[in-house]
Design a protein around this ligand. Structure first.
Ligand SMILES: [Zn+2]
Ligand SMILES: [Zn+2]
Length: 311
């Protein structure tokens, strides 16, 4: 025991490296679609991440300028991937750029993470395109900064119900800090990832029930934090919204096992440092959902919404 404690203290102090153990990929009992995997510089390392954490398929979140790179990776690995498209909606010609990529095979719009308001003219045009092309649009909703001088993205969430009502044919996917902070009715303004008990009646919970065109992307620290802060209540939340929840990782670890940097060095997300977000969130879902609901969240909902054409 003494020796073990001694080794533990050396590990904690960072004086010795932990023994590298070959860890086999987890088996989640069926296919798993990661709806939030950013196309990496080395496109093939997306698959490395998936294989490490037991994910079988992914939506590659892809800028308009990288459509060809994503397409090449899709061709190299048939049946594994589909791709999204994103572009800055404030740039001239943004509408055409989105339409062209969607006509060229992109299956969704996202991740829209720009410093605009949810009810801005620019985003309204994006919602119209999503409705017209019958693809979902995913937005990163965050007002509290991760870094000094970071500007807010997709502002005006407390009034988002007006948009949901005004665009019944647009399928919206919410994601990000503020979207998930509103799982609770009380939302502090001095942090991005509130901890502790959930106060029932949060806007996100309410609107997922009220609006058939709103879905929730559970990726990143924001989704993981919201779902793990009060597990008695999130068990009910998951059951209630079992047809609206989409598994996604937004993980940037290298190997699907927590190596490298998993959360972009965001100091507020330190709780997931050294961990693979995909593994953590899939583990949490296994624990909180029945096998039937687990399958909906990690596979059926995403394949129905994105229509990625996997055989
Ligand atoms: Zn995001
Ligand atoms: Zn990972």
């Amino acid at each position: 025991m003494e020796r073990r404690r001694f080794v533990k203290s050396l590990l904690a102090a960072g004086l010795i490296a932990p023994r590298v153990q070959a860890q086999s990929a987890p088996d989640w009992g069926g296919p798993v679609l990661d709806t939030h995997l950013h196309l990496r510089k080395d496109a093939d390392s997306c698959l490395t991440h998936m294989q490490g954490c037991g994910v079988t398929n992914a939506i590659l979140l892809t800028p308009a300028t990288d459509q060809d790179r994503a397409r090449q990776e899709m061709e190299r690995r048939p049946g594994r991937f589909a791709r999204s498209v994103r572009t800055d909606p404030t740039m001239a010609g943004a509408d055409q750029v989105l339409r062209d990529a969607l006509k060229g095979g992109a299956v969704s719009i996202g991740e829209m993470k720009f410093n605009v308001a949810l009810d801005s003219a620019e985003m309204r045009r994006v919602y119209d395109i999503a409705a017209e092309m019958q693809v979902p649009v995913m937005m990163h909703i965050q007002t509290f900064p991760h870094f000094p001088a970071e500007k807010p993205y997709n502002t005006g969430y407390p009034q988002f119900d007006k948009i949901l009502r005004a665009y019944p044919k647009t399928m919206f996917i919410g994601h990000g800090d503020l979207f998930w902070a509103h799982i609770s009715a009380d939302v502090p303004t001095d942090r991005g990832y509130p901890a502790g008990p959930i106060k029932p009646g949060g806007l996100t919970d309410k609107w997922l029930a009220e609006f058939p065109n709103l879905y929730a992307d559970m990726s990143a620290n924001s989704g993981n934090n919201a779902l793990s802060r009060d597990t008695a209540l999130t068990r009910q939340f998951i059951t209630r919204h079992q047809r609206k929840l989409l598994f996604g990782s937004d993980c940037s670890c290298t190997d699907g096992n927590g190596s490298g940097v998993s959360q972009n060095r965001n100091p507020e997300a330190a709780r997931l440092a050294g961990k693979c977000v995909a593994r953590e969130t899939l583990g949490l879902l296994k624990q909180l959902a029945s096998p039937e609901i687990f399958r909906k969240v990690v596979w059926e909902n995403g394949t129905q919404l994105f229509k990625p054409g996997f055989s």
